[in-house]
Design a protein around this ligand. Structure first.
Ligand SMILES: Cc1cc2nc3c(=O)[nH]c(=O)nc-3n(C[C@H](O)[C@H](O)[C@H](O)COP(=O)(O)OP(=O)(O)OC[C@H]3O[C@@H](n4cnc5c(N)ncnc54)[C@H](O)[C@@H]3O)c2cc1C
Length: 488
């Protein structure tokens, strides 16, 4: 029987000793805690965010953003243009709020990481058992029924142009009746209750402020993450620590703790530009479900897909065309949001004394903005081929696109002062590998020269995977936790 979030137990407050502390309960931390607890280790899993059931808030709603995202999802990487980004902040991390689209790390990406970072023992053959195990654990599967209409439109447009487009599987468990309604297999549905079932102690609403090392043990200075959640600060002492606080917070915690070598210097994102498309027939409906198709013709540097397109998402995507926002209210069944995602640019995570959140910056050079402009033009072409009658790209002042001839109106390079970029994929702030000049941790996530300190999340990925990242994060977390057990 599937585990549910009600199986989770919560540790009462007080100073804590354990064998292994895992900081952050997103995909990296949850897989790590589960693997170690099921092997009999005494594990404590610390999570800054609250413990909320998957169904505590409607999926993709404003309530969900307030309850389960950091800062309500309103966070920005400074730059020209800036990039809006979002992080989950709850037990289960990003897995509780995401779309569940699953990919393995592409072979050429693993090869690039080997050559550039000296990443060892991570060939496609060596990674395959870890992908397979995680796929089984979270029920990676394709839709049993038809995909949402807006998703199919993109697929059809690509087909008409002869471009490769795929249905991406997701971590969902479907009812045996073949209906497309399923339950997302987020961390609170899978690895977290498995971990606590194996004896792991879960401490939600607990922010680890700083790490120290004293007499052969790591000390974690913990503080309440929301007023009234816990009486006062306390300390966790552990022989081994796995930091899995996500691509922004992991480097921030290491920097706050005085661990600096290469930390936070190589942030990569998948910068994404959006388009609102109008079709004459109906393509949208209340609770239309998650779009599942992605155009992969121009991978690894460009991928296209359809986003969640409920009225609030449409209104947000239309903010570059303020005169059209009021139309969303009436016209939304004919509208959907699409994206072109690239892999360019590099950024940095820094800490600022006295502030809780890190300062994130991200730089895109002209070639990155040219690549994104090319992606935008190709996406528009695909949507016109799909039957869209009007397209509004997320570039302020860009006229609506109604025909192939109008594609010439799109900028050849995205204007720095008028383009809205966003991302939900961040990584590489603490890359792994044997090349110490470029990395923070070795090929198995052990922080260089910090015995007993490991990293276990998106920070470890050496660069942009070019695909949705959670599959890579889970597989590397499992591989590294098993390697740790083998060595111990
Ligand atoms: C809206 C959205 C949609 C997405 N869709 C997809 C998708 O379809 N497919 C896909 O593959 N990926 C998707 N992603 C990305 C995916 O969710 C992330 O890559 C993944 O969750 C990262 O896992 P992680 O373990 O590195 O960190 P996170 O999931 O970010 O988890 C880190 C956890 O650590 C906690 N934490 C942070 N700092 C501290 C601290 N100091 N002390 C204690 N706890 C701390 C945080 O609260 C958080 O819960 C999406 C992301 C978002 C936001």
């Amino acid at each position: 029987m599937a585990a549910t979030s009600t199986d989770v137990v919560v540790e009462p407050p007080g100073d804590v000793r354990c064998d292994v502390a895992v900081i952050g309960s997103g995909p990296g931390g949850a897989v790590t805690a589960c693997t170690l607890a099921e092997a009999g280790r005494d594990v404590v899993l610390l999570e800054e965010g609250p413990l909320l059931a998957l169904e505590a808030t409607p999926a993709f709603s404003a309530q969900e953003m307030r309850a389960k995202y950091r800062n309500g999802g309103i966070t920005v990487a400074l730059g020209s243009p800036g990039v809006n980004y979002a992080e989950g902040r709850c037990v289960g991390g990003g897995s509780e709020v995401n779309s569940g689209l699953y990919h393995r790390t592409p072979h050429d990406v693993l090869d690039r990481w080997r050559l550039r970072f000296g990443l060892e023992h991570a060939s496609p053959d060596e990674m395959a058992p870890h992908f397979a195990a995680c796929e089984e654990d979270v029920s990676v599967s394709k839709l049993p029924g038809p995909a949402p209409a807006a998703s199919l439109r993109l697929h059809e447009g690509a087909g008409r142009l002869g471009w490769s487009s795929i249905e991406v599987p997701r971590w969902y468990r479907y009812a045996p009746d073949g209906s497309s309604d399923g339950v997302k297999q987020s961390m609170t549905r899978t690895y977290v209750p498995r971990a606590t079932g194996a004896g792991c102690r879960l401490l939600p609403d607990t922010r680890v402020a700083r790490l120290g090392h004293d007499a052969g043990r790591w000390t974690l200075r913990c503080e309440p993450a929301r007023p009234g959640a816990r009486a006062s600060s306390f300390t966790v002492r552990a022989r081994t620590v796995f930091v899995a606080a996500g691509a922004f917070q992991t480097p921030a915690l290491l920097l706050r703790s005085g661990i600096k070598h290469n930390v936070g210097r190589s942030l990569h994102l998948h910068p994404t530009v959006k388009v609102v498309a109008r079709f004459d027939d109906v393509v949208n409906a209340p609770g239309m479900g998650v779009p599942v198709h992605q155009v992969k013709e121009f991978a690894p540097h460009l991928s296209f897909g359809c986003s969640i397109s409920q009225p609030p998402h449409l209104a947000l995507a239309m903010t570059d065309h303020p005169e059209r926002i009021s139309d969303v209210h009436e016209d939304w069944p004919h509208l959907a949001v699409y994206y072109a995602m690239s892999d360019g640019g590099v950024g940095r995570v820094r800490t600022v004394p006295g502030f809780r959140d890190p300062l994130v910056s991200f730089a895109l050079d002209d070639s990155d903005l040219t690549l994104l402009a090319d992606g935008l033009a190709k996406l528009c072409r695909c949507l016109l081929a799909a039957g869209a009658t009007v397209l509004w790209p997320s570039v302020r002042g860009c006229p609506p696109i109604r025909s192939e001839a109008d594609l010439a109106l799109l900028p050849a390079i995205l204007p720095r002062d008028r383009t809205s970029l966003m991302t939900i994929h961040a990584f590489s702030t603490c890359p792994m590998g044997q090349d110490r000049g470029r990395t923070v941790a070795d090929s198995f996530g052990r922080v260089h020269e910090a015995s007993g300190l490991h990293i276990a999340d998106a920070s470890l990925l050496c660069g942009p995977p070019g695909v949705n990242p959670q599959g890579s994060i889970m597989a590397f977390a499992r591989r590294n936790a098993l390697a740790f057990l083998d060595r111990a």
